[in-house]
Design a protein. Structure first.
Length: 570
């Protein structure tokens, strides 16, 4: 072997080994660096996991705090609602009672201002509560038969006086292809259209307001509608139109004192329409009026068969109904109310309804004690009271009834809390019905007559009858007998016409006929029947035809009862 060749090969091998060693060293260095980077990344990951866990904990705490804050806000607003509605109940209740008294024209105007101002304040409170419910995600829409034609008619009737007082006219144009019945939330739809039409009237003088409904498309199960409320008023500048549907935001024109408002109405309308899956907007030019429009899809509903209430005013029907007529109140009514103003208002209202046998207590414990001490025909129970609230007191009474096998007594909630779920709480606690404050005389009358087993009705007004007797010579009853005969000749036919107008849903005719019957009954001192006609008149004015249907059932026995009482009086 060539020695020089061997030396060369050995040298190459040494170089290769050195290169390999160097590569191994470099690899180990890279491995150390990679391991260090991995360790650093792992440490960072652990740190991130700890921070993420900490953030998750903070988020959970924040969420829990937000839930608690929302619950506290809801409770606060419920309490605030109750506290606001308590004095409002006093103002509206006593103003209503005062309006039924004999007043001079100036006094009537003063009472009217009090009532109108109170209703404005109530409207503002309701707007604030609606906004709070919407923000809290607690606003739920109902799903029931909705008659859009009836709603629009109700809105026009509701606003007719305000519209005419500003020299305006209000017209409607409804697509003939509109379904008779849809499925939706009638109350919220009425609220939206009342707000839009009310705004149109507010910003228009000596002009025209139009409410129109167009059918955009239809399937077998639904219709897409476009509803427009157009006015010929002041219009809205383009730069201010972006403010319209934001809470607490008003245009410069809207901020003027004579227009009033909180700037919440359109924001609430937008929220309601979006909850219904629709859109709302405005088209306007300054000085050229405005058109507020909304588009939404409504399911088509089934028209319910109308009950035939046009039966003859016959003695046969009279006999059947008289057998079911309620007897007089056997026991007193118990009023559980801690607020002195509210107690006074309800007592006066009950007296107007002819119910004077009333006892009062000021907290839930006293209500339970009073219930244990004697029988009552009905309990009117405030929800927020000291010691025991209305819910707790009702639960105790219902438990006593179960334990001692006592007859169930009707309990009606009286509350200023109108938040969603409040009615359900009352019913779950064992209450039979729910009446929100402020409470009108008609609403109180309707709910009491619905639940009491008997009623102490003032059939005749003895003062009015005595005045009519004094018109004759030596208090002769001949004049009164003649008036009664005229009344008996005219009234049955008028009642028949009233029933037919109700069946045909002729709102204006119902209002006019009920008003005429109310006036003729009052002039003869026929008290209870006149209140029924008055209730029908007011219900028709507000579009509550379902309530009118219920009131019709009481007319015939009340009329015959009044005639019998007059005969006995003579």
């Amino acid at each position: 072997m060539n020695p020089s060749f061997d030396g060369i090969e050995l040298g190459r091998l040494r170089d290769i080994i050195e290169d390999l060693n160097k590569e191994i060293i470099r690899s180990k260095d890279q491995e150390r660096l990679l391991l260090q980077e991995f360790t650093n990344m792992n440490n960072e990951l652990v740190t991130l996991q700890r921070e993420l866990s900490k953030n998750n904990m903070q988020l959970r705490e924040a969420r829990e705090n937000a839930v608690l804050a929302n619950e506290a806000k809801t409770e606060f607003l419920a309490l605030l609602s109750h506290e606001f509605r308590t004095p409002l109940n006093g103002i509206l209740g006593m103003a209503e009672v005062l309006s039924l008294s004999t007043l001079t024209e100036e006094q009537k105007q003063s009472v009217s201002v009090i009532q109108e101002s109170s209703h404005i304040l109530l409207h503002l409170i309701n707007d604030l509560l609606d906004l709070s419910k919407l923000e809290a995600g607690e606003m739920k829409l109902s799903s029931s038969p909705l008659d859009l034609r009836a709603i629009i008619k109700h809105v026009t009737l509701l606003l007719s006086q305000k519209v005419s007082s500003k020299g305006n006219r209000i017209e409607t144009e409804i697509d003939h292809a509109l379904s008779d019945v849809h499925i939706g939330d009638s109350a919220r739809m009425t609220q939206v259209l009342t707000n839009l039409a009310g705004n149109a009237n507010k910003f228009t003088d000596d002009g025209l307001i139009q409410i129109g409904v167009k059918l955009l498309y239809q399937t077998e199960t639904e219709q897409k509608l476009r509803i427009e409320v157009t006015d010929s008023g002041v219009g809205i500048p383009h730069e201010e139109q972006v403010k319209l549907f934001k809470p607490y935001s008003q245009t410069r024109e809207g901020q003027k004192y004579e227009h009033g408002g909180t700037g919440l109405g359109l924001s609430i309308c937008k929220s309601f329409i979006e909850l219904m899956g629709g859109d709302i907007g405005v088209i306007s030019e300054q000085g050229s009026g405005s058109t507020f429009w909304l588009e939404l899809v409504l399911p088509i509903g089934q028209k319910q068969a109308e009950t035939d209430s046009s039966a003859d005013f016959s003695q046969t029907n009279h006999d059947a109904r008289i057998e079911a007529k309620d007897p007089l109140l056997e026991h007193p009514v118990l009023l559980a109310e801690d607020n002195g103003i509210n107690r006074k208002v309800v007592l006066v209202q009950l007296k107007k309804l002819g119910i004077t046998n009333v006892e009062t207590v000021e907290d839930g414990e006293e209500a339970v004690s009073a219930y244990l001490s004697k029988p009552y025909s009905l309990i009117l129970m405030d929800n927020l009271m000291p010691k025991l609230n209305g819910i707790e007191a009702t639960k105790k009474i219902r438990q006593i009834e179960l334990d001692e096998m006592k007859e169930r007594i009707p309990i009606i909630a009286l509350t200023g809390n109108v938040f969603p779920g409040e009615r359900d709480k009352c019913i779950e606690a064992g209450m039979d019905d729910y009446l929100a404050k402020p409470t009108s005389l008609d609403a109180l009358q309707e709910i009491i007559y619905r639940w009491i087993s008997g009623r102490n009705v003032q059939i005749l007004d003895k003062e009015t009858l005595a005045g009519l007797l004094n018109l004759g010579d030596d208090e002769d009853s001949e004049l009164l007998a003649t008036l009664l005969e005229m009344y008996r000749n005219d009234t049955p036919d008028k009642i028949k016409r009233l029933i037919q107008f109700v069946i045909d849903r002729e709102y204006n005719e119902v209002i006019e006929t009920a008003h005429d019957l109310k006036s003729s009954s009052l002039s003869l001192g026929i008290h209870y029947l006149s209140t029924l006609f008055a209730s029908i008149e007011e219900a028709a004015k507000s579009g509550q035809m379902g309530r009118v249907d219920c009131l019709l059932e009481s007319l015939e026995p009340a009329y015959l009862e009044a005639c019998a009482a007059m005969e006995n009086y003579l």
